[in-house]
Ligand binder design. Structure first.
Ligand SMILES: [Zn+2]
Length: 124
């Protein structure tokens, strides 16, 4: 269980991350709009390069959306008061680990055990 101070600190960490990602997502949207505007009067020579760039941007955007969902879930767990609880063994995850990886849902031991059988979580 986190102390009230730790809860505040972790919430700040999560919200800062969310703000950063939201700014990036906004950037991706700008890119989409610029692209549509640029289409007028553009010849088809650089169409494939443009498509490639665009799909890269979208993939990045998808990944960011995924992380945003993870952070929202973490904020909900924080409000519910169980963010520090390992979803596997219900032992405390630990404040230091949460500050390093606020979307962690497993304690270090369970995480290490799981890494033996599957690839690492996509979020660092
Ligand atoms: Zn555990």
């Amino acid at each position: 269980m986190l102390t009230p101070d730790q809860t505040v600190e972790l919430r700040g960490r999560l919200e800062a991350e969310l703000t950063r990602l939201a700014a990036n997502a906004h950037h991706a949207l700008d890119f989409t709009m610029d692209r549509d505007r640029d289409r007028i009067g553009r010849d088809s020579m650089d169409e494939s390069t443009e498509e490639e760039l665009y799909s890269t941007q979208l993939r990045l955007h998808d990944r960011e959306t995924f992380v945003i969902v993870k952070i929202r879930e973490a904020l909900k767990r924080l409000e519910d008061g169980n963010i520090d609880e390992c979803e596997e063994c219900a032992e405390p995850i630990g404040f230091k680990r949460l500050m390093a990886r606020p979307v962690a849902t497993l304690c270090f031991e369970c995480k290490s055990a799981r890494e033996q059988v599957e690839a690492d979580e996509p979020i660092e």
